[in-house]
Design a protein around this ligand. Sequence first.
Ligand code: FES
Length: 562
Amino acid sequence: MSNELNKYSKTLTQEVTNPAAQAMLYGIGLKESDLKKPQIGIASTGYEGNPCNMHLNGLSVYVKQGVQASGELVGLIFNTIGVSDGMTNGNDGMRYSLPSRDLIADSIESVVAAQWYDGLVAVVGCDKNMPGAIMAMARLDRPAIMVYGGTIRSGHYKGQSLDIVSAFEALGKKFAGNISDEDFKGVIQNSIPGPGACGGMYTANTMSSSIEAMGLSLPFSSTYPATHEGKQEECKKIGAAMKNLLEMDLTPSKIITRKSLENALTVVMALGGSTNAALHYLAIARAAGIPLTLDDIQKISDRVPFIADLKPSGKYFMEDMLSIGGVPAVMKYLLKEGLLHGDCLTVTGKTVAENLENEKDLDFEAQKIVFPLSKPIKSSGHIQILYGNLAPTGAVAKITGKEGLHFHGTAKICEHESEIISALANGEIKPGQVVVIRNAGPKGGPGMSEMLKPTSAVMGAGLGDKIALITDGRFSGGTHGFVVGHITPEAFEGGPIALVKDGDEITIDATTRELTLHVSDEELATRKAAWVQPAPRFTKGVLGKYIRNVKSASEGCVTDEA
Ligand code: FES
């Protein structure tokens, strides 16, 4: 094998001036012949504590077997962290979730660069793991492939299919007196049947599908459930794919391009993916040095219809996609309809169009999960970028059209996510209100918490189509209903959301894409003059560091820019 394939690791393994590094590599069991081979870092976010990541260390062993199968590469597994949003218990734990994305990026970058690996495989399974890994790949620009841990199978209880959102919604039903104690327990005990990421088109499946469309995972990576035999097969194929990437010197900068980012966002819109995709693709683009703005995301939303009947707003789970040809079949259809760029390179070494040539066509007679473009759920994307005097530098809304396109109501302020839970429990949330959850932004939260518990509890309480929620925090990919998040500037920085008072009138208009606070400029100026910036909630540790470094949500909440 040519030395060029080990152009990074040879610094350690071949140079006579690095005897200690070579001694250590012999110490871990490598032979003299191994030291001539390219070294592939296999990053796993595996850990036993949650279903999204519990099986990833096992998958990374299959990846290593595949990498070493030809005898021409050395695979070395290392770990990085993962935070499961479903287990953060609202704001306090959730504060660490988005920062974990950047910690993952930083830690993968650190290990691969410090240890001189020639290639990188990231085995990842939850919302933040995937964008974190891709950001590291973009920064490192060495041959790299992402392996998605796979979606979870659905749970079952009394004839109903369940997932993680069912457990959250059970809480709202409990508040509303709509569920027995036995069924409440039954739902919780049966929602999660084993390993895999949350099963709807929530953030994990949104990111995995769109990263596959961007070309950084093998075809079907986002479709195989975690426990499907295809997932193990995928892991074993990574070795051959990596060797090919090394030989072609096909690095992420040749795969992550303006066009491939558009492909990723096109798949997000078509499948009805999470609003978090907006945040993460802004960050991935910045890591890759490619200009991408909220307005670019809006342009893609304008031209791509929402066509998949997947949860959270629809009926089906990601596992159901396998029987209809998975994400490749959807991509093939979008390509045929001129919505994808077919000439983008991917980790197979081939283009998007070449990868899709022999994939299944969607059969619109036989399946009801993905609709034809002529009969979409919504004729444009569900992710809408709003502006207005409440969001001068942008906000991200998820509007499927099922809730309507316009909401006008009076403000009900919640200074903390937990306040809406107690307000719901006390019956203080009334139809017609716009619930404003603020000081939940990247700096103010800190960490831009997801309103997973509030939105699910609102749904469970039967208020989903009667109220709107707006916040400078984020919404879980499992959210449905009339929601606007990522409001910028955030309250902590004195954005207008900090100035709203209970009873103020607010309009959300998805047609004109405006978020309007019906308070005069003079009154807002008076309120602003009286506003005092709150003290940061943390000054030390991960969150203190995050507050000092994080950019606004409209800039992807990146932490590595001046
Ligand atoms: Fe990990 Fe949902 S909490 S995928």
